[in-house]
Design a protein around this ligand. Sequence first.
Ligand code: FES
Length: 149
Amino acid sequence: MAEGSISRRSLLVGGAVTVAAGIAGFFVARDTWAHSTSTIAGANGYGAPAPAASGEVLSALSQVPVGGGIVLAAKGVVLTRVAADWVKGFSSICTHEGCTLASVSGGTINCPCHGSQFSAATGAVVHGPATLPLPVIPVAVRGADVYRD
Ligand code: FES
């Protein structure tokens, strides 16, 4: 009889320990997941700050030359203007090793570090060593200014 009681008590204690370990594991896993997703959401993979909120004025439209573009390194954006009414935004961080892109000329966005070039129209790689396109940053022209959309 006493042996059976001990056995049931052991079973209850063992079950309680198992439940407690499961709850602790849940919270550890949840915190790990939250940390990893906030890292992804808060950076572009190269340690650069997260983009500012939408609606931010990025530049006066007149500052973006037709057929060229400008690098707004402090804002993490390259604006290109393929045609008078066609402005596009891309990340200003090179997808090769994270250098800040330096210029827009001849239809490409150019990295000074290892020579990668990206299409000013699409952000696609035109010349490596980069293999991934530039992430698009949605922008919109409203009146005389270009906004982060
Ligand atoms: S970091 Fe841009 S080409 Fe290497």
